[in-house]
Structures are given as C-alpha cells and as structure tokens.
Design a protein around this ligand. Structure first.
Ligand SMILES: Cc1cc2nc3c(=O)[nH]c(=O)nc-3n(C[C@H](O)[C@H](O)[C@H](O)COP(=O)(O)OP(=O)(O)OC[C@H]3O[C@@H](n4cnc5c(N)ncnc54)[C@H](O)[C@@H]3O)c2cc1C
Length: 446
C-alpha cells in the first residue's frame, strides 16, 4: 500500500512583514473533522491557490479542499518581494537574460498567461492598485559592471522586441531619491503585488467557493481504495486526487529526494516614514528595483494604506533541512541596514520594523517538479525563484492536467527534464553556500 508521511513541516523565521502591515483579518477554519473531496490540495501559496481557482473554473461542481500548514500569507507566498515578472529572470546568469531567443519568447508568453490569471484574481477580489500594480520594474545598477549588465540585457530585450527604456543616473535619483544608482533599465510588464494582500484576498475569495483550511498541516497521505486518505492533526480528507503544491516540502514527503535546492532569502522593511522623512527621501512614492546583478539587492518603496515604507531584500543561504536560524536572520539584518544606509543616507535614524526569512526552491537545471507522481497524486512545485508568476502558472497547469488530462501549460512543465541530483552532504551545503557567498561578494554595491 502506498503511504507518504511528512518528514518535516514548514517552520518560519521572523514574521512576514507584508502580512504584519495589513489590518488583522479573521482566521480561516482549521480542519477539525473528516471530509470528502474530489481534489485535495496540499499548500496554499501561489501554486496551491491558483490550482484551486483553476479547478473551480474548469468544473464548479468539483469538491476541492485546500490544506495550508500555517496561516495564509505567512509562508513564502507572503514573504517575497512581490515582483510578478514577465521577462526572463535567470538568477544564475550575470544579467537575467536566458540563452535562446525562442525559449525566452515562450517563457515570456507563459509568464504573461500567469499575469492575466492574476489580473482576474485582482478584479474578483477588488484589490486596489497599491496591492496589484501593473507598474513594471527597473533593473538598477550601482557600478560600471551593473551598467554593462543593463546595456547587455537591453540589447537582449531589443532582440526579443520587448519594450524597455534605459534610465540615466539623474533619472534614477529623481525616481528613487537615492544617489546610489548609476543607471536603470525599465521594462513595463512586471506587476508589483503586495504578496500577503494578494494571498489573503485569494484564499478568502476561494473560501466562498470551495473548502479552504489554514493551520492544517498535512502529516501524511495513504492509498485508500481507488483514492487517498489525507491526514492532518485534527481531521482527514477522503479524496480521489491529491495535488502537492507545497514547493520545497515536496521533498519532505519523499519525492524528488536530493534533487531540490532549498535556498533561504532575507528581507527587512522599515517602520512607517514620517511626512518629514518622506520629504527628506524625495523621489516618487512607489517604485521597485531589482539589482542589475541578480545576486545584488532588491529595493521597493511603497506608499498607501500600509504607510510609506522601504523594503530591502538581499542575502541568501542554502538549507537542505528547509529551515534557517534566527542567527542567520540577524546577520542578514546587519547587511540590510548597511545597504539601506548606502542608498538612503538622508534617512539616518529610520528603523527596520520587520525582518524575516523565507525559503524558495530551485533545481540545478531550472526544471520544475511537476507531473503525476503516483496514481491520482500530482505535484506543482519548485518555482526556481520566480514563484509568483511560475507558481501561478504551475497551479493552473496542474489543475488542467488533473481535470483535462493536459494543456499547453501542463505540457510546458511536463517536457522539462528531471532536476539532476545534488552532491551528497556536506558537499552540497558547502559548495552551495560558498558559491552564494562568492556571488554576493562579487555583486558588491549592486
Ligand atoms: C524574501 C523572498 C523574496 C522573494 N521575492 C520574489 C519575487 O519578488 N518574485 C517572485 O516571483 N518570487 C519571489 N520569491 C519566491 C516566491 O516567494 C516563491 O517562489 C513562491 O512563494 C513559491 O510559490 P509556491 O506556491 O510554489 O510555494 P509557497 O509559496 O512556498 O507555498 C507552499 C505552501 O505549502 C505549505 N506547506 C508546506 N508543507 C505543507 C504541508 N505538509 N501541509 C500543508 N501545507 C504545507 C507552506 O506552508 C506554503 O504556504 C521570494 C522569496 C523570498 C523568501
């Protein structure tokens, strides 16, 4: 008899700042009884909630249950920087560009399908523009190497026929209020989301259509007749189909062993800036930059109901146990403070109010962990760092695979080769952490 038991459950380090700055919201129910569902989704991030929405679109009569281990928007789905990116975003490259134009064109077209799907979510949930903003983003450079990356990426976008605009040092300062940046490359297709607001809104919206449970970690699932019995601490679901949308924790159930890389990213967000600090800062009230060198620092300036604030996102580390430590978060916080001071000396004295860490899942070849793993058990995991767009896309694709037997989106992921195995421990951790430290050191002021 097939049975899969969770070796570990997600544990978060630091409270997700994006969630903390939203007003309190009534909790969704805990699964505290036994239930029957046609499809049970494990994980309520971008992939899990998008799968649920797509299943309901395809067949509103389907009984769908979503089981989220923690609170919605407290996991990586509410911990990211909110860039829903349409363009190539190869984190292992020097400047994000992929290798082949045709492959990049296809990737862009698929990412835009995910963005269109998310636009539907934003409309249904009446998300205001400050929470779902099709503003585009800027790759910001702070060194001559970064300027070169921007020019190289601009040439690549030219070849792809994608609109873009190079920004001068002065234009960057007018926009950001910071004299740190030497050039920028603006592209209009990225949507900037408030990730916790998006996840909260989508989970609450789905709760009116299907069964949605939070604080209900799946501890295991086992074959039962023609279907599966999914267990949580307080209740079980008898189901025909299981969808694993739990990203790196797919491995915790024994799948893709030693093929997934668990990388932790770290972020800090300031307290609300006062009116006087906003005046001192200057620049526009909302903007978002990713670093011209993929291993540099992302910065977001937000304004609106959650206050005028700045987000700093940098530092990464590799953790095969899918969990970092408070000490690592503290160390990353020091780096964030330094990066903040370098960029905004005029904001001396502004405090970081929220600091958090979050896991993401990569594979060595950039492939997803997608497809049917056992009869009636599917996975939509491993988003390779671009989880807002790709997680959404995998969620749509897995729903189409489970209900229709396939689709263009599903075929895209099914065609990807298996993620290769990682070296054994401790070599994988040593190698990956040394590589990340070297890449971060090399990115310098970026
Ligand atoms: C600091 C930071 C910044 C980032 N910035 C960006 C960005 O700007 N743009 C971008 O595209 N990506 C970004 N990412 C990556 C992005 O957040 C992830 O790729 C994305 O969240 C993956 O979506 P997902 O739905 O596949 O997985 P997740 O969002 O991780 O969701 C999986 C869910 O499964 C749940 N789960 C796990 N195990 C179980 C279980 N046993 N039972 C029930 N539930 C379970 C988890 O609690 C979690 O909620 C960032 C990540 C971090 C940490």
């Amino acid at each position: 008899m097939s049975a899969y038991t969770a070796k570990r459950l997600p544990r978060q380090t630091g409270a997700a700042g994006w969630n903390a700055i939203l007003p309190p919201q009534a909790a969704l129910p805990v699964l505290d009884h036994d239930l029957t569902a046609d499809v049970t989704i494990i994980g309520g991030g971008f992939a899990g909630l998008s799968a649920a929405r797509r299943l309901h679109q395809l067949d509103p009569s389907l009984k769908v249950a979503v089981l989220e281990a923690g609170q919605f928007a407290e996991s990586s789905a509410g911990r990211n920087s909110g860039f829903m990116i349409d363009l190539p975003h190869d984190l292992s490259s020097d400047n994000y560009a992929g290798d082949a134009l045709d492959a990049d064109r296809a990737a862009i077209a698929f990412n835009r399908m995910a963005i269109d799907f998310a636009k539907g979510v934003a409309e249904d949930c009446a998300l205001p523009q400050e929470m779902f903003d099709p503003a585009g983003k800027i790759n910001a450079a702070a060194t001559t190497a970064g300027d070169r990356h921007n020019r190289d990426f601009a040439t690549h976008l030219e070849r792809l026929g994608e609109p873009h605009q190079l920004l001068s040092r002065q234009e960057m300062q007018e926009l950001t209020g910071s004299a740190h940046y030497t050039s920028g490359l603006y592209a209009p297709g990225t949507v900037m989301i408030q990730p916790a607001a998006y996840i909260r809104a989508l989970s609450a919206h789905l709760a009116g259509q299907i069964s949605v449970f939070e604080t209900s970690p799946v501890t295991g699932f086992a074959k039962q007749g023609n279907g599966w019995l999914v267990s949580t601490p307080k209740g079980r679901v008898t189901t025909g189909t299981v969808i694993l949308a739990n990203n790196g924790h797919l491995e915790s159930f024994g799948f893709y062993q030693r093929r997934l890389m668990h990388i932790c990213l770290y972020a800090s967000m300031t307290e609300r800036l006062t009116e006087e600090q906003v005046r001192r800062l200057g620049g526009a009230s909302r903007w978002s930059v990713t670093p011209a060198d993929p291993m540099g620092t992302s910065v977001r300036r937000i304004s609106g109901s959650c206050g005028d604030r700045i987000l700093i996102r940098t530092c990464s580390s590799f953790h095969p146990g899918i969990e970092t430590s408070p000490m690592r978060l503290r160390n990353a916080g020091w780096v964030h403070d330094r990066k903040f001071k370098e960029r905004f000396p005029q904001l001396d004295g502004v405090r970081m109010e929220h600091r958090w860490a979050g896991m993401l899942c990569l594979s060595r070849n950039g492939s997803a962990a997608f497809g049917e793993l056992d009869r009636g058990v599917y996975s939509a995991c491993c988003q390779n760092g671009l989880g807002i767009a790709r997680g959404t896309l995998q969620g749509i694709g897995v729903a189409e695979l489970a209900v229709q037997g396939g689709s263009d989106i599903a075929s895209r992921f099914l065609a990807q080769p298996m993620p290769p195995k990682l070296p054994p421990e401790p070599f994988a951790s040593l190698g990956a952490n040394t590589y990340l430290m070297w890449k971060e050191w090399r990115s310098g002021k970026e």
